[in-house]
Design a protein around this ligand. Structure first.
Ligand SMILES: *Cc1c(COP(=O)(O)O)cnc(C)c1O
Ligand SMILES: [Zn+2]
Length: 419
C-alpha cells in the first residue's frame, strides 16, 4: 500500500486506523473499516507529536487551537472553522470536596464554551477537517448540544447547516439551535432513530457534500474531545490527575480523554501516571455501565428515558472502548436516578457556584455513588467534568421556593425573612 496522503497543512495525522483490526486508510471522510466495519480513528506520526513542546503549546492562543500540533486539522489558523472554544476554568472545588469527604477535587467546567457545552470542541475540529475535505454544508444527529454548536459554527463560517434532533428535546436546546438560522429538523423518534436516519442520508445524492460531524467525519469529531484531557493536564501544571469522572452518551468523550492522557505521557509532556477513568450514566440510559457491571463489553441497546437527555444514546458507538479504558485503568462506571441527578445539580451549584445541565448532575451524583460504594478513592486527586450549562435544562430544577411579599419593610419583617 502506498503512503497515505496528508491533505491538511502541518497536521501530525498520517491517516485513519481501524479501532478493531488496525487496518490503515488515508485521510478521508470515512468512518468505518471496509475489512471489519469497525470504527476508524485518526492515526498520528508519533515522531512528529514527540517534537511538540510545552513552550509551543503555551505560546498558542487561549483556546483549543493551542493544541493544534496534537490535532488532525487546524495547524494553519487560516483553515479553522471555529468559535474558538476551550481553556475553560478548572475549579478547585473545596466546598464540594468537604461535602463529600474528599481530599482534593476539581471541576473542569465546560459550560462556558461559546454555545455552552463541550461540543464546541468536537465541532470545531470536525468542521475544520470537513471544510478541508471539500464539504460545503454542515449537519449532525444531535441529543441537543451538538445541534446548538453545529448551527452556530455554520453561522460563523457562513455555510448552510441542517441539524437533526429528536422531537422531545428541552425547549432551551431547541431555541438555542434555531436562533442561528440553519435548518432544524425534529424527528419523531429517539436519538438512535435520528442517527440511523442521518447515516442513510449520508449515502444520498442530496447529501453528497454535507458533513455530518458525528457520522461521516466522526474520526475528526472524536479527536476534539482530547482537548478536555490536554487542558486539565496543563492547568494542573503539566501533571495528570489520579482519577477522573466523565459523563457518557456514546462513550467517545471518555475514550478520548483517556487517549489524551496516554498521548501526553508518551510524548513526554507529562510524567507517566495511571489515571483511573470513571464513567457516569443515568438510570434512564445506562447501557455501557450495565454491560461493565455484567462483566461484558457487548452492549445491549436500551430505549432511553429520563431527564439527562444530552446523554440519551441507547446504542452507544464507543461503549466497548469506554469499557476497555475503564477496565485497563482500574476505574469503574455507575448510573444514577433522575432525583439523584437533580440533587447533584443542586449540590454542585451550592458548593461551587457552577450551574450544570443534567449531564453535570449525572457526574456529581455518580461521584457520590462511587465514593459510597468504595470504588473511588476519596484521598486521590480527582477531576470531574461538567460538560454543559444549567440554563439549557432549567426545568430539571425549576420550582425553587420563593417568598413573595409586599414592597414594605414591615411586610418583609413580618414574613420573618431577615434573620
Ligand atoms: C454529548 C454530550 C456528552 C457525551 O458525549 P459522548 O462523547 O457521546 O459520550 C456529555 N455531556 C454533554 C452535555 C453532552 O452534550
Ligand atoms: Zn477493521
Amino acid at each position: 500500500m502506498s503512503a497515505p496522503t496528508v491533505p491538511f497543512t502541518g497536521s501530525p495525522a498520517i491517516g485513519l486506523v481501524c479501532r478493531n483490526c488496525s487496518a490503515k486508510y488515508p485521510i478521508a471522510a470515512q468512518h468505518a473499516c471496509w475489512e471489519c466495519f469497525g470504527p476508524l480513528e485518526v492515526d498520528y506520526d508519533l515522531d512528529k507529536l514527540a517534537k511538540v513542546t510545552r513552550a509551543d503549546i503555551e505560546a498558542g492562543p487561549q483556546n483549543i487551537w493551542r493544541y493544534a500540533p496534537l490535532l488532525p486539522a487546524g495547524v494553519d489558523p487560516a483553515t479553522r472553522v471555529s468559535l474558538d472554544p476551550g481553556m475553560t476554568p478548572l475549579i478547585d472545588a473545596r466546598n464540594l470536596a468537604a461535602a463529600l469527604g474528599m481530599r482534593k477535587l476539581w471541576v473542569k467546567d465546560d459550560s462556558g464554551n461559546p454555545t455552552h457545552s463541550f461540543k464546541d470542541r468536537v465541532v470545531s475540529v470536525a468542521l475544520t477537517a470537513a471544510s478541508q475535505l471539500g464539504f460545503d454544508r454542515f449537519a449532525c444527529a444531535s441529543t441537543g448540544n451538538l445541534a446548538n454548536s453545529v448551527a452556530a459554527h455554520a453561522a460563523r463560517a457562513g455555510v448552510p447547516s441542517i441539524v437533526f434532533i429528536p422531537y422531545d428535546l428541552e425547549p432551551g436546546k431547541v431555541t438555542a439551535s434555531a436562533v442561528y438560522g440553519g435548518e432544524l429538523i425534529a424527528i419523531e423518534g429517539s436519538y438512535d432513530d435520528v442517527n440511523r436516519l442521518c447515516s442513510e442520508l449520508t449515502e444520498t445524492d442530496e447529501f453528497e457534500t454535507t458533513a455530518f460531524v458525528n457520522v461521516n467525519v466522526r474520526p475528526f469529531y472524536a479527536e476534539g474531545s482530547k482537548t478536555l484531557g490536554y487542558e486539565v493536564a496543563e492547568q494542573l501544571g503539566w501533571r495528570l490527575p489520579e482519577q477522573v469522572v466523565i459523563p457518557m452518551a456514546s462513550g467517545e468523550l471518555l475514550t478520548k480523554v483517556d487517549k489524551a492522557f496516554t498521548e501526553l505521557a508518551e510524548i513526554g509532556l507529562v510524567d507517566d501516571r495511571n489515571v483511573r477513568v470513571f464513567g457516569a450514566q443515568s438510570a434512564g440510559c445506562n447501557p455501557i455501565a450495565t454491560a461493565l457491571h455484567a462483566g461484558t463489553d457487548v452492549i445491549t441497546p436500551v430505549k432511553p428515558t429520563g431527564i439527562a437527555k444530552s446523554l440519551n444514546i441507547g446504542d452507544p458507538a464507543a461503549g466497548p472502548y469506554a469499557i476497555e479504558a475503564v477496565t485497563r485503568t482500574g476505574g469503574w462506571m455507575d448510573f444514577v436516578s433522575d432525583d439523584e441527578i437533580r440533587d447533584g445539580i443542586r449540590l454542585l451549584a451550592r458548593t461551587t457556584g457552577v450551574f450544570a445541565e443534567t449531564a453535570g448532575g449525572v457526574v456529581v451524583a455518580t461521584l457520590r455513588k462511587l465514593l459510597e460504594t468504595g470504588k473511588l478513592d476519596p484521598e486521590a486527586e480527582t477531576v470531574i467534568y461538567n460538560t454543559g450549562e444549567g440554563l439549557k435544562t432549567l426545568d430539571a430544577v425549576a420550582g425553587a421556593p420563593t417568598h413573595q411579599v409586599r414592597p414594605s419593610l414591615k411586610a418583609v419583617r413580618e414574613a420573618g425573612l431577615l434573620g
